[in-house]
Ligand binder design. Structure first.
Ligand code: PNS
Length: 156
């Protein structure tokens, strides 16, 4: 069985992320969605809440497990026996950062391949930071995040 890890901050998870999880789950036997610390980002939701939100959003996908990990992504992927790291691409602007991250991870762990999935065009504009901003300023994020996340953004 081929195993993949889909890592990210997911702060919070959006429909764009869910779209990538669905694509990965249709190809791999098992997908671990890993909420991992991005040292360059300020955190909003705590790890447990982020995990809960993703779990609620993808509970219909039976081959998906949602976990929290604090450490190097390649260490987590090795622990899970994953052969691939999944990342989503929205636009060319994502490429440089993703390219650097993929090559760095390959340098540390040549056995694990990074695979990119193109997001659905419906979600190409979406980002967690936009969602947070809209929500904080009282706008509607309907259609951008799953219903359980919308509820959490409104205070649970
Ligand atoms: O959703 P994000 O914030 O773009 O995800 C980035 C993430 C969490 C995958 C990345 O920051 C990461 O892998 N963090 C763990 C630390 C690590 O392994 N760093 C080296 C990879 S370049």
């Amino acid at each position: 069985m081929k195993i993949a890890v889909y890592p990210g901050s997911f702060d919070p998870v959006t429909y764009g992320h869910v779209d990538i999880v669905e694509r990965a789950a249709s190809i791999f036997g098992k997908v671990y969605v890993a909420v991992i610390k991005n040292p360059d980002k300020k955190e909003n939701f705590d790890f447990k809440t982020r995990q809960k939100m993703i779990k609620g959003a993808v509970k219909y996908l039976k081959n998906v497990v949602v976990e929290i990990f604090d450490g190097l992504l390649v260490d987590y992927a090795k622990k899970k026996n994953a052969s691939a790291i999944i990342r989503g691409l929205r636009a060319v602007s994502d490429f440089e950062y993703e390219f650097q991250m993929a090559l760095t991870n390959r340098k540390m762990c040549p056995d694990i391949e990074t695979i990119f999935f193109m997001t659905d065009y419906k979600y190409a504009y979406l980002s967690s930071s936009m969602v947070r901003q809209i929500s904080k300023l009282g706008g509607s994020v309907s259609g951008m995040v799953p219903h359980n996340v919308e509820k959490e953004l409104k205070g649970g």
